[in-house]
Write a protein that binds this ligand. Structure first.
Ligand code: ZN
Length: 136
């Protein structure tokens, strides 16, 4: 683990990032970008995955007490619109089917039924971000 060599009155504002793991689908995952050591400051959860191949999410249809966002973004920093993947996402109690084929941010208000999600095609790896915003 890297250790910051910092001193000064704002040194407590810096944190080492939590570890990156590889999930059962072989994707790199950072369970939360906010380390446990900073949880006392904020209960915001920010997860990200680097998606390299198709898979079906293990999450079945569900709701949360908090607001959740899912972001599907290109990893091509020279062309953020270069998104070459396909995601099927089911929304609402009707399980309405949505097809994502471009960079997209999806919002799930508290109590909204969403998922499952199927990543059906990955021609180029992309960035999948999940942000959980506590309701105050
Ligand atoms: Zn969710």
């Amino acid at each position: 683990m890297n250790t910051f060599i910092l001193s000064g009155k704002y040194k407590d504002y810096f944190f080492d990032p939590p570890p990156v793991t590889i999930d059962s689908c072989g994707q790199f995952v950072r369970e939360s970008i906010i380390p446990q050591s900073a949880k006392s400051i904020s209960s915001l959860v920010f997860n990200y995955h680097t998606v390299t191949r198709p898979y079906v999410s293990k999450r079945t249809s569900h709701t949360h007490q908090y607001h959740e966002f899912l972001a599907f973004y290109s990893l091509n920093l020279n062309n953020p619109q270069d998104f070459q993947a396909e995601i099927v996402l089911y929304m609402g109690k009707e399980q309405e089917k949505y097809l994502i084929t471009k960079p997209t941010l999806v919002s799930f208000p508290p109590g909204f039924l969403h998922c499952p999600m199927e990543i059906t095609r990955v021609n180029k790896p992309f960035f999948l971000v999940s942000i959980e915003v506590p309701v105050t």
